[in-house]
Design a protein around this ligand. Structure first.
Ligand code: MN
Length: 195
């Protein structure tokens, strides 16, 4: 059984204002993440997935054609915890190791924006780090790099619920605001050093 209390926000609801409103943060964490957790608990009850941790559920269900609802909800729980951990207002300078990998800070941002703006419908943008190489990729719907053996170090949620209250149809402005003001780069750097 998973519990929303085990996925606390790493910041106060007011910390991201005005880039991200309290209403958005509260709905996104309490209601959307809360629903994915409740659905996952119902779906895994009395199945082989019931005793697995979140990562095990994801890697075992991704290719199980009878468990796609389980995969979707488990992946969304992982993706949302990861996304909220990427957000903050205190560490917004891009680390040299990442800027240098893309030829500069501006080049990193342009590449990230390009991939993000190409996402059609619901999905996620990721910075991954494998074999000492950074890559910016997108995934559709609930899909997640950890289901495919890739290590995520940063993500942006591009489902409409992530931005619609604050940015309406101006998704590109949300992407810009995220890159300029919302990333906790300390979390990203910490991820580089984890297995
Ligand atoms: Mn979301």
């Amino acid at each position: 059984m998973f519990n929303l209390n085990d996925f606390p926000l790493p910041f106060r609801e007011t910390d991201l204002v005005p880039i991200m409103s309290v209403e958005t943060v509260r709905l996104h964490h309490d209601k959307h993440l809360g629903a994915y957790i409740a659905n996952l608990n119902k779906l895994i009850a009395d199945t082989k997935y019931a005793d697995m941790d979140l990562r095990e559920i994801i890697v075992n269900s991704v290719n199980d054609s009878n468990a796609q609802k389980i995969f979707n909800n488990a992946a969304q729980v992982f993706n949302h915890e990861f996304f909220f951990n990427c957000l903050g207002r205190g560490n917004t300078a891009i680390p040299d190791i990442i800027a240098d990998a893309f030829g500069g800070m501006a080049e990193f941002k342009e590449k990230f924006k390009s991939v993000a703006n190409d996402v059609f419908g619901s999905g996620w943008v990721w910075l991954t780090y494998d074999n000492d190489k950074f890559e910016i990729i997108s995934t559709k719907n609930a899909d997640t790099p950890i289901a495919h053996g890739k290590k995520p170090v940063l993500t942006l949620d591009l489902w409409e619920h992530a931005y619609y209250i604050d940015y309406q149809n101006r998704r590109a402005d949300f992407i810009d605001a995220f890159l300029e003001s919302l990333i906790d780069w300390k979390f990203v750097i910490d991820n580089l050093n984890m297995d």
